[in-house]
Design a protein around this ligand. Structure first.
Ligand code: GUN
Length: 284
């Protein structure tokens, strides 16, 4: 039986740390602001944006929502990003992805000031992560790392396998594990012998986007299993990338879905916004 890693508990600890620091800054006259931009009415995006606004309230940040219509042009969004880049009340800018197809996501990400890029998607911040000298870590991998740390398992020297090679999760996750001196393998849709490679993992991170992709025969007994997947099933239920019922008896530690990595992502966004505010006020 695996020990459950509670994203609810660990995220509450992170948010409490952030709230206490935000309170200290407020006492010095510094208020923290996060701008959240949503374009169109993707229902999943709406849920995420509402959660981000609620988290801001809980930690004492100001949140500024910009809800733009589906037909917004790239130039209109670029213009808004410029306004937010220049607004001193705004310490962090988050443009919720995906964007409608007439808008080039890369152009928008590149336009966000690197100092306010609390998603850490800007090429400058991505490059810093590669070098290992970073202010912001992308929220989902950073949250997954906090969960690994909460187990007390030391990454150094361990076999770490990341399934998925996205820019947002797989690649930065691999880099964070490498910075901790893990021996890291990145697997993807073309990987041969996937089962054998995964079965060798002391730490297995699944970021595939396919429900129940990781089965019991892919997991080493006692492994730390981190499930980044959030898949909506036909019955409306959320399901991870890991077949939880089958893997839980084998793993040493496992994250549930929901209640695992999901709440961590938002907690790390709050942490990044705090870091941005500190740096912009010469306190970083
Ligand atoms: N859409 C899904 N996840 C994310 C995220 O972490 N940041 C942004 N900006 N959009 C997302």
């Amino acid at each position: 039986m695996a020990q459950l890693i509670s994203g609810k508990e660990v995220s509450a600890q992170v948010k409490e740390r952030v709230r206490a620091q935000a309170e200290e800054l407020k006492a010095k006259g510094i208020e923290i602001g996060l701008a959240v931009v949503i374009v169109g009415d993707n229902p999943a995006s709406r849920v995420y944006v509402n959660s981000k606004k609620k988290a801001c309230e809980a930690v004492g940040f100001n949140s500024y929502e910009y809800a733009l219509p589906e037909e917004t042009t790239e130039q209109e969004l670029l213009d808004l990003v410029q306004v937010l880049n220049n607004d001193p009340k705004v310490n962090g800018i988050l443009v919720q992805l995906p964007l409608p197809k007439q808008i080039n996501e890369e152009a928008i990400i590149n336009a966000i000031s690197a100092e306010k890029d609390v998603d850490a998607f800007h090429p400058m911040n991505v490059g810093k992560i590669m070098i290992g000298s970073y202010a912001f870590l992308p929220c989902t991998p950073a949250g997954a790392m906090e969960l690994i740390d909460s187990t007390g398992v030391d990454v150094s020297g361990k076999n770490c396998v990341v399934i998925g090679r996205s820019n947002i999760v797989g690649k930065p996750m691999a880099m964070l594990l490498l910075h901790r001196s893990g021996t890291v393998t990145i697997c993807h849709s073309r990987t041969q012998n996937l089962k054998e490679i995964c079965r060798n993992a002391d730490i297995l991170v699944a970021a595939v986007g396919r429900a129940n992709f990781v089965t019991a025969d892919m997991v080493k007994p006692g492994a730390v299993v981190i499930d980044v997947g959030i898949n909506r099933m036909e019955d409306g239920k959320l399901c991870g990338d890991v077949d939880f019922a089958a893997v839980e008896p084998i793993a040493g530690y496992i994250t549930p879905v929901p209640g695992g990595v999901g709440p961590m992502t938002i907690a790390m966004l709050m942490q990044n916004t705090l870091t941005a505010a500190k740096q912009q006020n010469g306190l970083g």
